[in-house]
Design a protein around this ligand. Structure first.
Ligand code: NGQ
Ligand code: ZN
Length: 454
């Protein structure tokens, strides 16, 4: 039994002083005692799941900020991104993912949902092991000690209505049968590991058809609770193209043709009508918001106030990894709403409530739901995925309870995350990871090799 004993903790019933947590040998919370005077400063929080990552994009973070000669857009960024990923090899993806996952742990995420679509070699040929690339992100997460929900991505087409993929999309493409063999291999590798979940994703309605993804869902229908993610309605052009093709908007189309339930996570869902917003909130699916990437790519703003009023679930992801900090995602999320509504504390959940606390509670539980994982709260029986904030840090000293979260999220960019535990194992100790130097060196060597290829 491992014991964590701290001066304060955020439990489901609220802030509690002097909390002693016992963690059993399998990494779950076995017992919580309160009122046992603690000597150790610090506040204990549930870890947050990062529900949307494309690990390979960490290698190009900051390299798409030079203006092109035409109108720069999401679509020109995508071209740059395709060019960058073209030559990434399995061991390079491992090195990039390891650095990314280390950064995520250090900033207080305890889990990542890896939306991985670089399945094949540059020319589209399969690796000897068809699941090679997703196995690399799994291996990187295990080496670094971050929990992972592996989401191999079904990507078969290059546009609405089953258009062929472009040359640059050859690495992504699988028919349902090939895709299912990738899922099978990943499920096998994750078996019996409480820190690993295997789910699936459809890249977008542009990349699958209702027949192809329907066939996959049918084949996997025995796996109750399996997470299912999809990018949807991120850009206005995507909405326009979907209407021209089908007569329906993307979210409308998805709900017409699929049984969208709480296992689903709709990434971005930026452009929704009021009706779509209510339909989505009532379905119990999670909205996967990635505010820094959505800002970076000029997507637009999620209809958060109406969605939350209707009881909608949501979580955050770092997507293209131009930021790896959960607090920056939350801050951008709230500020976006303030800028739209010309008002403050939009997402506090009510009079006199703390915005930081409300956002934190929402994304801790929404992230765990989207990842299909038993975490996101400090509760007996949950996985011990935990974060300790340094309450002696200048950002947090003389702050109490919800003020700690408000100050962490809204005041500045210093990182007061002191210790991080995943499945009860301490992976960050006083801000450091035991292998951080080697991980950074391998990342740097990989970047050098990739940039020489360009
Ligand atoms: C992706 N990223 O798959 O990495 C996408 C861009 C697309 C974001 N949507 C490509 N942020 O949607 O076709
Ligand atoms: Zn994405």
């Amino acid at each position: 039994m491992k014991i964590l004993h701290l001066k304060s903790a955020l439990l489901p019933e609220g802030w509690t002083r002097n909390v002693q947590i016992s963690i059993d040998g399998s990494g779950n919370i076995a017992e919580i005692k309160t009122g046992v005077p603690a000597a150790k400063e610090g506040c204990l929080l549930p870890g947050i799941a990062n529900l949307h990552s494309h690990a390979h994009q960490r290698a190009m973070a900051g390299l798409a900020e030079k203006a092109g000669d035409s109108n720069d857009s999401f679509w020109t960024w995508r071209k740059t991104m395709y060019g960058f990923l073209d030559s990434i090899k399995p061991e390079q993806l491992n090195a990039i993912a390891a650095q990314l996952y280390l950064e995520l742990l250090k900033s207080g995420y305890t889990r990542v949902a890896e939306f991985q679509y670089l399945h094949h070699q540059k020319d589209g040929a399969q690796h000897d092991n068809v699941a090679e690339m997703s196995l690399q992100t799994l291996a990187a997460a295990r080496n670094v000690g971050l929990g992972i929900t592996n989401l191999p991505v079904h990507y078969q087409f290059g546009g609405f209505g089953g258009l062929p993929t472009s040359d640059q999309q050859r690495r992504f493409a699988n028919n349902p049968e090939q895709f299912l063999s990738i899922v099978e291999k990943l499920r096998e590798s994750g078996k019996g590991d409480d820190d690993v979940v295997t789910g699936i994703a459809a890249h977008s309605l542009r990349a699958v058809t209702k027949q192809s993804f329907g066939e996959i869902l049918g084949a996997l229908s025995q796996n109750a609770g399996m997470p299912i993610h999809i990018h949807i309605a991120e850009q206005t052009r995507e909405v326009d193209d979907c209407i021209s093709w089908s007569g329906a908007r993307p979210v409308e189309y998805l709900y017409q043709h699929f049984d969208v339930n709480p296992n689903w996570c709709l990434i971005h869902a930026t452009h929704m009508t009021s009706d779509e917003t209510l339909t989505m909130a009532r379905s119990g699916a999670v909205a996967g918001l990635c505010p820094t990437t959505e800002g970076n790519l000029g997507d637009g703003f999620f209809n958060a106030t109406q969605y939350l009023e209707a009881g909608g679930k949501l979580g955050i992801g770092s997507d293209s990894h131009i930021s790896t900090s959960p607090t920056e995602e939350l801050r951008w999320f709230e500020y976006g709403q303030r800028l739209i509504h010309h008002s403050r504390n939009q997402l506090s959940g009510g009079f006199n409530r703390s915005t930081g606390r409300n956002l934190f509670d929402i994304v801790a539980s929404g992230g765990a739901q989207a990842c299909g994982h038993n975490s996101g709260a400090i509760e007996v029986g949950k996985r011990a995925d935990l974060v300790v904030l340094d309450t002696e840090h200048s950002l947090l000293c003389e702050r109490q309870e919800d003020e700690l979260l408000d100050s962490w999220i809204f005041s500045g960019n210093e990182n007061p995350v002191r210790d991080v535990y995943v499945g009860g194992k301490q992976v960050i100790d006083n801000g450091h990871h035991i292998n951080e130097i080697e991980i950074r060196q391998r990342f740097r060597a990989t970047l050098k090799a990739l940039r020489q290829n360009q």
